[in-house]
Design a binder for this molecule. Sequence first.
Ligand code: ZN
Length: 386
Amino acid sequence: MTGVNVYFIITIVIRTLLFLPCLLLSAHAFGAQAPAGPSYLLLSHDPAFLEEAAKYSATVYAKGRIRLVKLTVPADQLPPELGRKLREISPSEVYSSPAAPPADKTADPAVLALTARVDARRLMGYAETITMTGKRSAGQLDLSASSGNRAAMDYIAAAFKDLGYEVERQCYKERKKDSECNILARRRAGKAGAKTIAVVGHMDSVGHENAGADDNASGAAGLLEMARVLAAYKSDHDLLFIAANGEENGIAGTYACAKKLKASGEMSRVAWAINMDMIAWNRDGVLDIETNKEFSAHAEWVAGLAAIYTKLKPNITIPAWGSDHVPFLDAGVPTYLSIESWADHNPCYHQACDKMASLSWDYAADIVRLNLAVIAGKSGLTPLKN
Ligand SMILES: [Zn+2]
């Protein structure tokens, strides 16, 4: 092979490499099936919804909690039910990446003592009781006054009361045979100028019998375990635990709760909120911490605590959608969702097989430890003598 030929071949190869992306892009841009127009964020990953959405859109980006689509039909041909669960968004507004470890990983012995009180077996016990209440969808309250949803409300209210909290049954919807209510538990600091730290987790499920162990008996159990541990402390700020109802029916309970907190003036005192939704299915120890752009620094701080006090591998994801953190974020409260890694989430999500057997309570206990460390970082906590 002569030098000239080698030069010629190299030139052709370089030109092909340079132009290949342009050729691919133009094929994509002008292809008959290539969707155009704005990107939309999917506000539900329910398997039935995804199947429906695929009929009208094509996925253009998918990473963890973020799935962007472009429409394959004109926007006015979208079924309204589907359109309500799409939010137009620029791809530059989304973010999903592992959090950077903190520069200083020194642990506070008082926080270590607090997190050491978390009991994975007890956490599992709370979740098992909630899972076994029957059919736990808020919609099923109409079908029977003995529904699992009612049994879950009663059990959680009694558990908070036994732990010494002030319990409120916050009902927001009268049904034919029953009322749909959130269960609120309060511990007041009794100090002038005290703020409120809210912790929320929904207790309802999509309604399969004795299921919804991960979604979201796990998060509701996390609330009870946090409340149990914190019952042994005096807090400088008020604590408000919200076992939310109707999350699977459009985040109904937490929207109603936020409205009532605004009406009573209490929302202006809520300084931080934490949401736990699906905290017990684990493969690789990754935890998603989800919030909106304006609170990304707060999420990074939370992720730093995970590196100090837990074995979790935190991933930050932006923006927030689809769970009980959204109404608090809408109210301007720094809030994050703690949720199992969505890149590899529970394969039984929203199905009858969402049972206790496949769940990891050591992982869930670590998420509870993280959320307790966050509260300790926000509020002075003094152990009560017993
Ligand atoms: Zn959920």
